[in-house]
Design a protein around this ligand. Structure first.
Ligand code: SAH
Length: 443
């Protein structure tokens, strides 16, 4: 039996789904964050469970040729990224394997997953930041913890976010504004949320507060609006003591209520509560590939389920007879309807509700020839999969940010064959991977 604080030399034989190295001691799997497959390392056991243990990387005895010096000063302390110690080729390879393993192991899908499509930007690629604010600072949570690490500059964020957090930090210090405390559930400012439109340059800053009144808000607004590019400053009120970042209520403090971005030549207006893919340039490539895979003739009715603000729906509208989008967030559907108008698209319809509840009603009127799925991490509701099997579309294009739930859902789509699986690196330096899969109905 392994004991805490014991040290071992181990061979790292693979990387787990979070990017951590995996080796064995006396047959027990040991997960070692920061280690790379092929390395010999010295680890100190920090946690022992029944069927696995966690080890802290103490020394790399034989480094992998893929090992690089991390360029982010917060690497290891910040829980945001996990892969700064790997070169990009190894990172892309890891993501391909992660998808391959999930499809095989969970979905029993026999397909050769293609190489991961690299991100056009490796740093500053995120268009959204959501920094927790606490007594320790403004930044990011430490790995597997709710302790905030103060971060002055995050390399995967747009540089403008550094200016925003600096202004808020100074403002809070100067006017003794209290940060939210997760334990006492008290305090004023909870999160700083920003969204930057890469292609149009518009920026929204949203200050999430615990209370209705934000004291000295006018002073903060005066300072923030001087940052070049900021077009919208919003206060969001979140009174709930949960991990959900945004509350229901937004108050416009300055500028426009929403920001506008373009994707592959189409215009999209985005509300604070609407989902928008976080890596704009990679999203353009991902959507282009999804549309290519759908291979539409112009005669099809397409369902775009989990459609958000209609980004995919409007991107395929020009190639289909009709597109029907379904989305659970009402603000996003409102954005989608306006986005259709703004782009002069008249063959797209949108419905608010849970896909699993709306689609059974939709199919009474009009079935789809092609279904596009882009669910959140938890994947599709089982009832929706059953409804899709009833519709019998010729093709299903599944976009996923979680290979495990993707694999589970693919296995449930009986009567369909996976034709292509392509990982996209949407989240460089993190272990997350986006993937697009084409399925065709077996006649
Ligand atoms: N296709 C969009 C959004 C994808 S994210 C894009 O690429 O931008 C997943 C979306 O599913 C989110 O907008 C989320 O609000 C929505 N969603 C979550 N659960 C849902 C459900 N049960 N039915 C419909 N939409 C849902």
């Amino acid at each position: 039996m392994l004991k805490k604080n014991e040290e071992f030399l181990i061979d790292i034989t693979g990387n787990g789904s979070e990017g951590e190295g995996v080796g064995r001691v006396d047959g027990l799997a040991v997960f070692v964050p920061g280690a790379i497959a092929g390395e010999k390392v010295r680890v100190r056991i920090v946690k022992v469970q029944k069927s696995y243990a966690f080890g802290k990387l103490m020394e790399v005895i034989t480094p992998s040729p893929s090992r690089v010096e991390p360029t982010c000063a917060h690497f290891g302390k910040c829980g945001g990224c996990a892969l700064w110690h790997m070169d990009y080729a190894a990172e892309l390879d890891f993501k391909q394997k992660k998808v391959q393993d999930a499809l095989k192991r969970i979905g029993n899908v026999e397909i050769e997953v293609e190489k991961t499509v690299p991100s056009p930007q490796m740093t500053e690629y995120r268009n959204k930041s959501q920094f927790p604010v606490s007594a320790e600072g403004i930044g990011f949570f430490a790995p597997r913890s709710h302790k905030v690490i103060d971060i002055e500059s995050c390399m995967i964020q747009n540089r403008l976010t550094d200016q925003v957090t600096k202004i808020v930090r100074d403002f809070m210090r100067e006017y003794k504004i209290s940060p939210y405390n997760e334990e006492t559930k008290k305090g004023d400012i909870r999160h700083i949320f920003t969204r930057t439109a890469k292609n149009t340059g518009q920026v929204m800053v949203c200050i999430v507060t615990k209370n209705n009144v934000m004291s000295k808000a006018d002073i903060l607004v005066e300072r923030l609006k001087d940052i070049d590019g900021i077009t919208s400053i919003v206060q969001n009120i979140n009174k709930k003591d949960t991990n959900v970042i945004l509350g229901d209520k937004n108050i416009l403090l300055w500028g426009e209520e929403r920001i506008t971005e373009t994707l592959n030549g189409l215009k999209f207006t985005i509300s604070p509560h609407s989902f928008f893919q976080i890596n704009t340039l990679q999203t353009e490539q991902l959507y282009a590939k999804a549309i290519e895979l759908a291979n539409l003739t112009g005669q099809e009715t397409v369902y775009d389920l989990y459609c958000g603000i209609g980004t995919i729906s409007l991107s395929v509208a020009g190639k289909a007879k009709k597109v029907i989008g379904v989305e659970i967030v009402p603000e996003a559907v409102k954005d989608a309807i306006e986005n259709a108008k703004a782009n002069n698209i008249d063959n797209a319809e949108f419905y608010v509700g849970k896909a699993e509840e709306v689609v059974p009603k939709l199919i009474q009127k009009e079935k789809a020839d092609v279904v596009i799925l882009d669910p959140p991490r938890k994947g599709c509701d089982q009832a929706l999969i059953e409804t899709i099997l009833e519709i019998k579309p010729k093709k299903v294009v599944y976009i996923s940010c979680n290979p495990a739930t993707l694999a589970r859902d693919l296995a449930l789509l009986q009567g369909y064959e996976v034709k292509k699986a392509i990982p996209f690196d949407m989240f460089p330096k993190t272990p997350h991977v986006e993937c697009v899969v084409l399925m065709s109905r077996v006649e």
